[in-house]
Design a protein around this ligand. Structure first.
Ligand code: NAD
Length: 440
């Protein structure tokens, strides 16, 4: 089948490459000419494991092309996936839908045949309905275009496998033929046993927002428990392990630490709060406000503990930061808890050196102040405190004895509860973490 993918960022570039990989002819579209040039040359414009390989394979095979022209997209196919950003608005908690609206406003008048526009971006419930009206008002006479919603659940760092083998596909549409068309698009995945949930657009939109709200709640729940552990001398890691043995609860997303960030969870729960207010059910989801607050508080708690560990002030202190991205296996620093902590301690006068395996370029753009190092040892040389802020596997593999040789004071704050603290302690380190008693 022929299809287009409009918006080729973290979501769209992977979706386009994966759709080509399962045999479709795909045209990717973006307004960012630099991104399109890289993708057209078969190069991934960001770090995502597995993406370079499927990009190269499918561009070379001629199944995957890229353009900045919406007109070319309208001529190329009758099925268009919309994957543009829906960030938080600067003036409120609500989602900024201007990019999604710009796509449908631009595309609809260019359509010359009946078409299906399928949103994949995360949007407030009700968006499909309002976009359908916009499209109907803009298509040429005689042309019909439906809008459906097919939210995306991929995780950065696992985006390729999540797209090719998702836990489920959710498709919301009011038109049976649109449902049939999407079943054909995903046929190779359905044949491999992927579950398909066909529903109405509002439910599909809500599934995504509800899923992210639930995950954020799990993280903030265990972080709230970490605070109680700190106050009572209990150990949040053992607590989470014990809770996780209960199959109704499960251990995943119960890792206490610095909390969630990135381009999705924080803005998605805020947008949900804003939309719920509009629907006059704000009270029903008001707990999400607390989830957001608990999450923010972990950043302050980490800074407070770090300050305490260097003697009450950061002024003139040498601090090494391990990790800048919002999560491992990604170069994404949008709303990164690690960068937020780094910015605060730098603002309080610390001399900060930051290491990250893949995120240094983005981090330097977002936060120009600190010194960025491509070598962990260089970042830690003479440090009075090492802050472990993003749980890259490289950091778990560090030899604490070797690292102890280069720092001034072997003191580490593991804000992700991911290091082997017994091994670090044995190598002479003073190890601290959120929600855990001091290791002795
Ligand atoms: P992103 O910022 O990486 O990508 C968005 C892309 O859209 C950019 O390349 C931008 O240039 C392009 N764009 C903006 N306006 C455009 C226009 N009018 N025409 C064509 N292209 C345009 O964002 P992302 O992380 O890929 O997220 C996109 C959407 O997917 C968001 O709604 C997000 O919540 C959702 N989502 C993201 C993820 C994720 O892990 N990143 C996972 C699931 C859902």
């Amino acid at each position: 089948m022929r299809l287009t993918v409009i918006g080729t960022g973290y979501l769209g570039a992977v979706h386009a490459a994966c759709m080509a990989d399962i045999g479709h002819e795909v045209l990717g579209v973006d307004t960012d000419a630099g991104k399109i040039a890289a993708l057209a040359a078969g190069r991934a414009p960001f770090f995502e494991p597995g993406l370079p390989e499927i990009l190269a394979r499918n561009t070379e095979a001629g199944r995957l092309r890229f353009t900045t022209s919406l007109k070319e997209a309208a001529d190329f196919a009758d099925l268009h996936f919309v994957c543009v950003g829906t960030p938080q608005r600067p003036d409120s908690l609500a989602a900024d839908l201007s990019h999604v609206e710009a796509v449908v406003d631009g595309l609809a008048p260019l359509l010359t045949r009946d078409s299906l526009i399928v949103g994949k971006s995360t949007v407030p419930v009700g968006t499909t309905r309002s976009l359908s009206r916009r499209v109907a008002a803009r298509v040429r006479p005689g042309v019909e275009a439906q809008v459906a919603w097919n939210p995306e659940f991929l995780r950065e760092g696992f985006a390729v496998q999540d797209t090719l083998r998702p836990d489920r596909l959710v498709v919301g549409t009011a038109a049976p033929h649109a449902d049939q068309l999407l079943r054909s698009v995903y046929e190779p995945m359905l044949r491999a046993g992927v579950t398909y949930v066909g529903t109405d657009p509002a439910t599909a939109e809500l599934v995504k927002v509800a899923a992210n709200s639930f995950l954020a709640t799990k993280i903030s729940f265990i972080n709230a428990m970490a605070e109680v552990c700190d106050a009572s001398g209990a150990d949040v890691v053992t607590l989470a392990d014990a809770l996780g043995h209960d199959a109704r609860i499960g251990r995943r997303f119960l890792s206490a630490g610095l909390g969630f960030g990135g381009g999705c969870l924080p803005k998605d729960i805020r947008a949900f709060l804003a939309r719920a207010e509009e629907l006059d059910v704000g009270e029903a989801v008001s707990f999400l406000r607390q989830i957001d607050r608990i999450n923010d508080r972990q950043r302050r708690r980490t800074v407070d503990l770090a300050r305490h560990l260097v003697g009450g002030t950061f002024a003139g202190r040498q601090v090494a930061v391990l990790g800048a991205t919002f999560k491992p296996d990604s170069d994404d620093v949008r709303d990164s808890p690690a960068l937020a902590v780094t910015a605060q301690i730098a603002a309080e006068g610390a001399d900060v050196r930051v290491h990250d395996p893949e995120g240094i370029d983005n981090a330097r753009t977002a936060l120009p102040g600190p010194v960025y190092c491509t070598d962990v040892m260089a970042a830690c040389r003479d440090a009075e405190l090492v802050l472990h802020l993003t749980e890259w596997r490289q950091y778990r593999a560090l030899d604490p004895a070797e690292l102890a040789e280069v720092v001034r004071t072997p003191r580490v704050l593991d804000a992700r509860n991911a290091l082997d603290r017994t091994a670090w302690h044995a190598a002479g380190w003073h190890v601290r973490a959120l929600g855990r008693p001091v290791h002795v």
